[in-house]
Design a protein around this ligand. Structure first.
Ligand code: ADP
Ligand code: MG
Length: 401
């Protein structure tokens, strides 16, 4: 069901609009310098649209994982507020608290087209706990509510769920776009052939998505650390590669279901056929490309035959959902599998690729091919939960169109 958008709020001129955004930006280690501002940039369409219509914005977000109950300077929203001001090209006010005098006076003093950023919502313990009382204390700061924080919409945080029910509410442009892009993947209605490219560290994180998508997609291409639990389950030597012992049985079952389906429909679940291995991830000079993994080595990336095999099989595909790097991409040269597959998807003009997952999105940005993808989700965990068919509490709380 489509959600009410900003236009449904009517004339917002002169009205205070609480916009829940996801400004949970990464900082350079030990500093208050933002290392990647894409989450702030992603909120600009919604914020600009409201400001152009003369709204007065009260912006709330969390940042990091403060203990709560007090101000912790390293988690302050101030650097994000300053960056927002630079991006909007206008001064942005900062409250210094969440529901205290700073917030109340700041909100009351806003003029049309002005912006106030509240301090980290998680400085109030009730935010993370989903407290209705905190939402009641936030509500008087504004007259209308917009959720543009897709990345936290799978959480029950007070400002994401309760607050949406206390004020006339709508989905922001980012949330709408995320839902529009992810729904066809979830429902299996995306243009076919529709396949999943899945990698990443742990199979445990991916089982719900895999189980939900296998019946809906044409093929699944596996890479990354999760491949080795599958290969181990198949009785292959995986050396010192990481695997999840308690998931061997589940992996077997998934493989059986996939094999059965493949016999009936030709739809495959494909595993890597060669690997880049080393004695340890730090052994970046002494690595080898192998089809059988030696006992004293661990697999850190997919090999060139797998890259060739996957790209050939992806050639005539129309839709790809990509979640999870295909190797330990943070450590060069083990980024190459991720980079070759990512580049192939970016260059293929007939393939629409949607990228989900925090590390996959980071890899896409690192590659510089974000603009070549159909969509790079801003929600790590939220995008996976959405695609696996969970009702996200923050979306469910918004009124239907
Ligand atoms: P996403 O955030 O996109 O969902 P994940 O969090 O599941 O992705 O996986 C990312 C992590 O998986 C990265 O830290 C990467 O180093 C790790 N990884 C990928 N392949 C391997 C591998 N072969 N061995 C160990 N770690 C791997
Ligand atoms: Mg991750």
């Amino acid at each position: 069901m489509a959600k009410r958008g900003i236009e449904a709020l009517g004339d917002v001129r002169g009205k205070r609009v609480f916009v829940r955004v996801d400004f949970n930006v990464p900082m350079k280690e030990g500093t208050s310098e933002i290392s990647d501002d894409y989450r702030i940039v992603s909120s600009l369409p919604t914020l600009r649209r409201l400001l152009d219509k003369g709204a007065r914005l009260v912006i709330g977000s969390h940042l990091g994982r403060p203990e709560g109950g007090k101000v912790e300077p390293e988690f302050s929203m101030k650097p994000a507020a300053d960056r927002l001001g630079q991006l909007l090209g206008k001064p942005v006010k900062f409250a210094g608290d969440v529901i205290g005098e700073g917030a109340k006076k700041g909100a009351a003093g806003l003029k049309d087209g002005e912006v106030l950023v509240l301090e980290n919502l998680r400085f109030e313990k009730g935010e993370k706990k989903g407290s209705a009382d905190l939402a009641k204390a936030l509500a008087p700061l504004a007259e209308l509510y917009v959720n543009d924080a897709f990345g936290v919409s799978h959480r029950g945080d007070a400002s994401v769920t309760h607050l949406a029910r206390l004020l006339p509410a709508a989905a922001g442009d980012l949330v709408k776009k995320e839902v529009d892009k992810l729904t066809p993947l979830r429902d299996g209605t995306a243009p076919r052939p529709y396949v999943v490219v899945m990698g990443g560290g742990k199979l445990a994180d991916k089982i719900p998505v895999l189980e939900a998508l296998i019946p809906k997609v044409d093929s699944v291409f596996i890479g990354g650390g999760m491949a080795y639990t599958f290969l181990k389950a198949m009785g292959k030597e995986i050396g010192k590669s990481r695997f999840e012992p308690d998931l061997l049985e589940t992996a077997m079952k998934i493989l059986e279901v996939a094999r059965e389906r493949s016999r009936e429909t030709g739809r495959e679940l494909v595993l890597p056929r060669d690997h880049v291995v080393a004695a340890s991830p730090d052994d970046i000079k002494r690595y080898a490309v192998v089809e059988s993994i030696p006992r004293d080595c661990m697999a850190l990336d997919i090999g060139p035959l797998t890259i060739a095999d996957y790209t050939r099989k992806l050639e005539h595909v129309k839709t790809v959902f990509w979640n999870g790097p295909l190797g330990m991409f943070e450590k060069k040269p083990f980024h190459l599998g991720t980079h070759y597959i990512g580049s192939f998807l970016a260059y293929s003009q007939d393939i629409r690729t949607v990228v989900g997952g925090g590390d996959s999105a980071a890899a896409t940005r690192e590659l510089g091919v974000e603009a070549q993808m159909d969509w790079v989700s801003t929600g790590g965990g939220a995008s996976l939960e959405f695609v696996q068919g969970e009702d996200l509490p923050g979306i469910a709380a918004l009124p239907d169109a």
